[in-house]
Design a protein around this ligand. Structure first.
Ligand code: GDP
Ligand code: MG
Length: 172
């Protein structure tokens, strides 16, 4: 049949990890070296064909600063999927990502699909968080998260970021 589905998607993670850049890459196919910081949160929508359905992604791109933390539940409540973004060149951003995962495991919708995205994969020479057979992948496996490394800059894996939410949509 011809279905129209709305899917709420939220991006969480440390300020500067590249959430807005991933959204911009997804929605407009662009990358900005000087992406402005998000204030509060920003909303985008993008419609994609998934099998025989039309999925309208309603994307909440959050700010990431601690001072906006109390607003986060407004954005992740009712979300079908959350993408938790960290920067592979920052161990601090990886710690922050793990905090988000814990919060979502405790307070998020239990059916929500979670993906962990190690962004800035193009900055291999600055890498601090190892990917394979190490911290991030093992952590993701232990916590039942989808895991991938992305680059908003080179567009690596930008579509795959949404794969988990597509699987989810297909199941429903
Ligand atoms: P946010 O605070 O999580 O929304 O992060 P932004 O999207 O604002 O990005 C912060 C900075 O990192 C900006 O200067 C971006 O140009 C840069 N950036 C974002 N993604 C990437 C990436 O994949 N590779 C590189 N090299 N820089 C990136
Ligand atoms: Mg931002």
């Amino acid at each position: 049949g011809n279905n129209n589905i709305n899917a709420k998607l939220v991006l969480l993670g440390d300020m500067g990890a590249g959430k807005s850049s991933l959204v911009l890459r997804f929605v407009k196919g662009q990358f900005l070296e000087f992406q402005e910081s998000t204030i509060g949160a920003a909303f985008f929508s993008q419609t994609l064909a998934v099998n025989d359905a039309t999925v309208k992604f309603e994307i909440w791109d959050t700010a990431g600063q601690e001072r906006y933390h109390s607003l986060a539940p407004m954005y992740y409540r009712g979300a079908a999927a959350a993408i938790i973004v960290y920067d592979i060149s920052s161990t601090e951003s990886f710690s922050r990502a793990k905090k988000w995962v814990q919060e979502l495991q405790k307070q998020g919708n239990p059916n929500m699909v979670m993906a962990l995205a190690g962004n800035k994969a193009d900055l291999e020479e600055k890498r601090k968080v190892l990917a394979e057979a190490s911290r991030s992948r093992v952590y993701a496996e232990e916590n039942g998260l989808f895991f991938l490394e992305t680059s908003a800059k080179t567009a690596a894996n930008r579509e795959d970021c949404l794969e988990p939410s597509r699987h989810k949509i297909q199941q429903e």
